[in-house]
Design a binder for this molecule. Structure first.
Ligand code: ATR
Length: 270
């Protein structure tokens, strides 16, 4: 019998998750149906409840519901507890299990798809919202030489860093003067406003990677800025999207799909 899954968000029209999950299901011969569910801003829990009562087996959760999903879950993975945000729900007899696969998705894209080793590298993470929180622990677990967190509102970055590890440095964009990094990850929503975070012009070491967790058909403002300021490799978040989806699929189905063909399909489709 076909088992049902969905991505829940608001807005959710733009989500590429149905395309990705359907491709995984075809490749692994899993009999699932995966759709989009638009939840009213004040109706996330009700949307989950209804989907579950209609036979839904699990869901991905996207903007702006990841914190609400964290609160709704009856039990949580360690990485969801660390992130205090949930992007994957699994429904079973014992209730709603919440996980967060975003950080694993970013690290898998960096390591497996891009061949970047993070151990001993200097990493800069921009932003202190849910997107940054989801990837902080998995990045730290790769043993970088340094991991610095900066945010437009520096108090938020400092509070987040203090809650995670005394090894983390945190501050404002102005605190970056004189600092240089191997890997710069943009986890801010600045691109939505058509802006790039205000970074010093010499932020990249030679050979550095600039990574935007957003994806778009063309360069985001951060990617364009990085291109003009000496980053050697400039990447959007499509690979992270596919990798986090594979991790969710594994949680639901116990099967790990191949990601490379699906990533290639998405890149060709745009
Ligand atoms: P998400 O869950 O996607 O991270 P969020 O919690 O609203 O969304 O966080 C958005 C992040 O993008 C924040 O770090 C925000 O900075 P503030 O904490 O100062 O608000 C950052 N951000 C949004 N617009 C930005 C801009 N134009 N320039 C720089 N940072 C921006």
């Amino acid at each position: 019998m076909t088992e049902r899954y969905a991505v829940i968000g608001n807005p959710v029209d733009h989500s590429r998750s149905p395309e990705i999950q359907s491709a995984f299901a075809r490749a692994t011969r899993q009999d699932i149906e995966y759709g989009r569910l638009l939840a009213p801003r004040d109706g996330f829990a009700e949307t989950v409840r209804r989907f579950r009562s209609e036979g839904g087996r699990g869901a991905n959760v996207t903007v702006p519901f990841k914190e609400q999903a964290f609160r709704l879950a009856d039990s949580l993975s360690v990485r969801a507890q660390a992130a205090q945000a949930v992007n994957t729900l699994r429904f079973d007899a014992s209730g709603i299990f919440g996980d967060n696969t975003d950080g694993a998705g970013l690290v898998a894209d960096l390591k497996c798809n891009l061949g970047i080793s993070l151990a001993g590298r200097r990493i800069l993470l921009l932003g202190a919202g849910g997107a940054a929180r989801g990837v902080l622990h998995p990045l730290l677990a790769e043993h970088p030489a340094a991991l610095m967190l900066v945010n437009r509102t520096p108090e938020k970055a400092r509070a987040l860093a203090a809650a995670v590890s005394p090894l983390l440095r945190a501050g404002a964009f102005d605190d970056l003067r004189g600092e240089r990094f191997d890997v710069v990850v943009n986890a801010t929503a600045a691109s939505l406003a058509g802006e790039a975070p205000r970074l010093p012009a010499d932020i990249f070491v030679s050979g550095a990677l600039a990574y935007d967790m957003m994806y778009a058909a063309n360069d985001t403002p951060f990617m364009a800025w990085a291109r003009a300021h000496g980053a050697a490799q400039i990447v959007d978040g499509l690979g992270m999207l596919v990798e986090q989806a594979a991790e969710s699929f594994f949680l639901w189905r116990g099967v790990r799909p191949e990601t490379a063909p699906v990533l290639a399909m998405l890149r060709n489709a745009r």
